[in-house]
Design a protein around this ligand. Structure first.
Ligand code: MN
Length: 201
């Protein structure tokens, strides 16, 4: 069963002025589609390698599976993490968990922005549920797949590859990441937290 590009959950111009129609169109239709295509292609090649009994390119195939799957997953989360009606503060169980694990919302936001802004080259800021410690953690991902903790469940991600913001912000990454908090969809983040907290380690 091939992976498919999920539709953007709002119009391409719905997040203006935070992100332009041009940026979202390129980002969703070209970049995200590229990861979906790359993932399907990698799975086909792994199946072909099994059938042929030839694993000569398995290292490159494992790299392609990790890179493209993680790219597909993170972009799928990222789109629904934002909303034209987003921004403000979270509430309910999400806010309680943020307070428990980071002290308060401002401390959480400061750590999330510092981690995201300092990603080396292309990558992501990631808020994730860590089942082993039953807590929220903030991580960086270089490219899409590096520096993870196995088993953590990402619930909020912020793309800081240049393709995510360069047309609108050029090299001003921190203006882009700060603006993310004006569109962040806390209901989506809270719903994701509720789901993954029940899944266990
Ligand atoms: Mn991206």
């Amino acid at each position: 069963m091939a992976f498919e590009l999920p539709p953007l959950p709002y119009d391409y111009d719905a997040l203006e002025p935070f992100l332009s129609e041009q940026t979202l169109t390129l980002h969703h239709d070209k970049h995200h589609q590229g990861y979906v295509n790359g993932l399907n292609e990698a799975e086909e090649k792994v199946a072909a390698a099994r059938e042929a009994g030839d694993f000569g390119s398995i290292r490159a195939l494992c790299d392609a599976l990790a890179f493209n799957y993680s790219g597909h997953l993170f972009h799928s989360i990222f789109w629904s993490n934002m909303s034209p009606d987003g921004g403000g503060m979270p509430d309910g169980p999400l806010m309680e968990q943020i307070n428990a694990d980071f002290g308060d919302f401002e401390s959480f936001k400061a750590q999330f922005l510092a981690a995201t802004n300092s990603v080396q080259a292309s990558g992501w800021g990631v808020l994730a549920w860590q089942p082993l410690g039953e807590k929220l953690v903030i991580l960086q991902a270089e490219k899409h797949q590096n520096l993870t903790q196995w088993g953590v469940q990402p619930i909020m991600v912020l793309d800081v590859w240049e393709h995510a913001y360069y047309l609108d912000y050029q090299n001003r990454r921190s203006e882009f990441t700060e603006g993310f908090f004006d569109v962040v969809n806390w209901e989506d983040v809270a719903a994701r937290l509720q789901r993954v907290m029940q899944s266990g380690a």
